[in-house]
Design a protein around this ligand. Structure first.
Ligand SMILES: C[S@@+](CC[C@H](N)C(=O)[O-])C[C@H]1O[C@@H](n2cnc3c(N)ncnc32)[C@H](O)[C@@H]1O
Ligand SMILES: Nc1nc2[nH]cc(C(=O)O)c2c(=O)[nH]1
Ligand code: SF4
Ligand SMILES: [Mg+2]
Length: 234
């Protein structure tokens, strides 16, 4: 289901008409791919990309999710996810938590037995996210232009299976991330991921900085971009 690309699910769409709008979610795309980021990297995964984001990170690779999309009921989304036969589901966006019913979707996916992860900017409250969901929470570095949106109180809701992620555009971002990890003792709470902004910061430079500083962080590249480049739907 690639709602943003104009493809819909006709039979399901007519059923959804009976569901009140406030019980539906606006979806940009649902697709099956290899998880390219975070702890579940490499697993065949179904991605549910919710439409809309209140942030505008300078380097965002998913600007096509800011607008458009199609409304779908949670039952429809679950049916589409099930069609792909994967164990892992990643709810992403856009900023998924900017739609309140995302919380219900996450709970329903967990109840259905999926291994569920949530990619979130860290700008919205994560307190009510189902504890079974693995949160992958960005802390936005200065060069993202969205540093002021970091919601520091979210750190209190991180559990051992969650991840804090820093996407870094250059050395200044790196210095800030290193100081933030230290200040908040993040590596003692959960995995800390450092990733270069794709095609901006050289991965090798980031790797050498992490090694030189003996940082307790996990470096990562976006595997799907090595496989498929910037094509949406992967
Ligand atoms: C597209 S965002 C959607 C979820 C949520 N809005 C967020 O920012 O976490 C998913 C992940 O992709 C990362 N990302 C976006 N553009 C990127 C880029 N150009 N290079 C590396 N990572 C990027 C984000 O930092 C985030 O960790
Ligand atoms: N393959 C693949 N893995 C991903 N992991 C997180 C993604 C995202 O856009 O949030 C993503 C994505 O867009 N594609
Ligand atoms: S918060 Fe996520 S989706 Fe929104 S602009 Fe930043 S990277 Fe893109
Ligand atoms: Mg992506």
């Amino acid at each position: 289901m690639t709602a943003g690309a104009g493809q819909s699910v006709p039979a399901a769409a007519s059923r959804a008409d009976a569901v009140p709008l406030d019980q539906r979610l606006r979806i940009t795309e649902i697709f099956h791919s290899i998880q390219g980021e975070a702890d579940a990297v490499g697993w065949p995964t179904v991605f549910v990309r919710l439409t809309g984001c209140p942030l505008r990170c300078t380097w965002c690779d998913t600007t096509y999710s800011f607008h458009g999309g199609q409304w779908h009921s949670i039952d429809e989304i679950l049916a589409e996810v099930g069609r792909h036969g994967a164990r892992h589901v990643c709810v992403t966006g856009g900023e998924p938590l900017s739609q309140k019913r995302c919380l219900v979707l996450l709970r329903r996916l967990c109840d259905a037995g999926y291994d569920v992860s949530l990619e979130t900017s860290g700008a919205l409250d994560v307190a009510a996210v189902d504890g079974r969901v693995r949160k992958v929470m960005d802390l936005k570095a200065p060069d993202s232009g969205e540093f002021k949106r970091n919601r520091w109180s979210n750190l209190a809701h991180l559990r051992a299976h969650d991840q804090v992620k820093f996407v870094l555009a250059g050395r200044a971002d790196y210095e800030w991330a290193r100081a933030t990890v230290e200040e908040h003792q993040l590596a003692q709470t959960c995995q800390v991921l450092f990733s270069p902004v794709h095609a901006s910061l050289k991965p090798r430079a980031l790797a050498e900085w992490i090694l030189a500083d003996r940082l307790p962080v996990r470096m990562q590249l976006q595997l799907h971009k090595l496989l498929w480049g910037d094509e949406p739907g992967h």
